[in-house]
Design a protein around this ligand. Structure first.
Ligand code: ADP
Ligand code: ADP
Ligand code: ZN
Length: 219
């Protein structure tokens, strides 16, 4: 594997949106544990059945389940191009496990980039989110398709909203973020790999700021 980038930030910070752009701009592979878990729920697997209730309540799925899913995905051949972890790690235990997995093959985290945003704005971002079946993300107000009802990327019109993207669950998810994930900012700062980005601006400006960081660390 080349770069191992981590996008840290609360629900709605723009991790998924920016990870997809980093794929385009740098040829990296986005690994979203949220997407993997939703696929597991949809497949009805044992792990998916266990994750389902926790996800609808806005809590964190157990480290054991998440790590098993991620470990499988990291065994895929495509990750050799370098990865962007989106939504992982979310706990100290996951961060330590990731370090262990990487160390086993002589690698380490290249950079952990914290997307810094205001909690209050996140409720609006998450509540307006919808996604095309092709994976492209949109927003009712901030990122509308050029033609209403038609995906810019694939021309399809199979849009979905996540059941957990409601105002009540978002508040639970923000609590989980502050209690369990935000401490990872200090963890990566101590390792000397932390970068911070103001992620309250528009999507294109954040893309440029992130691009400069990624170009710098992967030189
Ligand atoms: P995350 O993966 O961090 O939960 P997303 O990338 O899915 O966040 O973004 C959440 C929602 O906010 C989506 O609907 C997305 O289109 C929108 N969005 C992303 N970045 C911005 C931004 N900088 N300004 C306004 N809206 C944004
Ligand atoms: P968002 O960034 O908008 O919060 P995600 O798609 O990353 O959404 O995650 C959706 C849900 O999946 C989370 O609320 C949580 O229940 C579960 N989840 C995703 N990634 C992890 C993880 N690394 N550890 C534990 N739970 C996770
Ligand atoms: Zn599409």
């Amino acid at each position: 594997m080349a770069e191992v980038l981590i996008l840290l930030g609360p629900p709605g910070a723009g991790k998924g949106t920016q990870a997809r752009m980093l794929e385009e701009d740098f040829g990296l592979i986005q690994l979203s544990t949220g997407d993997m878990l939703r696929a597991a729920v949809a497949s009805g697997s044992e792990a998916g059945q266990q994750a389902k209730a926790v996800m609808s309540a806005g809590g964190l799925v157990s480290d054991e389940i998440v790590l098993a899913i991620l470990r499988d995905r990291l065994a895929g051949p495509d990750v050799a191009k370098g990865i962007i972890l989106d939504g992982f790690p979310r706990t100290q235990a996951q961060a330590a496990a990731l370090d262990g997995l990487l160390a086993a093959t002589g690698q380490r985290v290249t950079a952990a980039i914290s997307l810094e945003v205001d909690d209050e704005a996140m409720v609006g971002r998450v509540s307006g989110r919808f996604t095309c079946a092709c994976g492209e993300g949109y927003h009712d107000e901030f990122k509308r398709p050029a033609v209403a009802g038609v995906c810019d990327k694939c021309g399809g019109s199979d849009f979905k909203r996540r059941a957990d993207d409601n105002a009540v669950t978002v508040r639970e998810r923000l609590k989980a973020y502050h209690a369990q994930t935000a401490p990872l900012i200090a963890y990566y700062e101590d390792k000397g790999v932390l970068e911070r980005i103001d992620a309250m601006g528009d999507i294109a400006a954040i893309r440029r700021a992130l691009g400069a960081i990624v170009a710098g660390v992967s030189a």
